[in-house]
Design a protein around this ligand. Structure first.
Ligand SMILES: CC(C)(COP(=O)(O)OP(=O)(O)OC[C@H]1O[C@@H](n2cnc3c(N)ncnc32)[C@H](O)[C@@H]1OP(=O)(O)O)[C@@H](O)C(=O)NCCC(=O)NCCS
Length: 149
């Protein structure tokens, strides 16, 4: 297994995972923009047996990191890959002097909330009607990195 930066050749695989995992999925054009034009964006993939099994994205804006997306192929879920990807960006944020990480998650997404809480993220606010597709609320979850963790 390995975690490495996502590159353009990974986009097709990542979009297939997006479509498998999310009701409102990002397109190849969205990922192209992130990789080529968004100066704040960093994306990583988890490769297992030469297959892209998971991916994660962040926007690093000064002292803050926002997690934009994380997903693991259903075939490979519950094997520690989501946690490994999250730990990769937590280390990246710490090493780059960031102080706080945040993300939004659907309030019904118990698996993801459990993953984030497992890694020290706390529910900081509830954002009403955050998701356009079904008007679901989001939790804003935050992890502070003051101790470099
Ligand atoms: C959320 C997601 C990324 C987790 O990936 P994963 O590789 O299966 O997670 P891991 O195996 O690393 O699990 C790490 C921790 O997450 C929690 N977790 C993961 N899956 C869980 C489940 N089905 N039920 C309860 N807790 C779960 C547990 O705390 C777990 O730790 P443990 O195995 O020691 O109990 C994956 O389920 C996924 O891709 N979901 C669809 C996309 C999505 O919702 N992304 C998040 C958008 S905000």
């Amino acid at each position: 297994m390995s975690i490495r930066m996502m590159d353009i050749d990974d986009i097709e695989d990542v979009v297939m995972l997006e479509e498998q995992l999310f009701t409102s999925s990002w397109t190849a054009k969205d990922f192209l923009y992130e990789l080529l034009e968004n100066q704040y964006a960093y994306y990583f993939v988890y490769e297992k047996d030469h297959v892209v099994a998971g991916y994660i994205g962040i926007w690093k804006m000064y002292e803050q990191v926002q997690i934009t997306t994380v997903g693991v192929d259903q075939t490979y879920q519950r094997q520690g890959i989501g946690k490994a990807l999250m730990n990769e960006v937590i280390s990246f944020a710490s090493q780059n002097g960031c102080e706080v990480m945040s993300l939004e998650v659907r309030i019904s997404n118990e698996k993801a909330i459990a993953l984030y809480e497992n890694l020290g993220f706390c529910k900081e606010a509830r954002r009403k009607n955050y998701y356009q597709d079904n008007h679901e609320d989001a939790y804003l979850m935050v992890k502070r990195l003051e101790e470099g963790k």
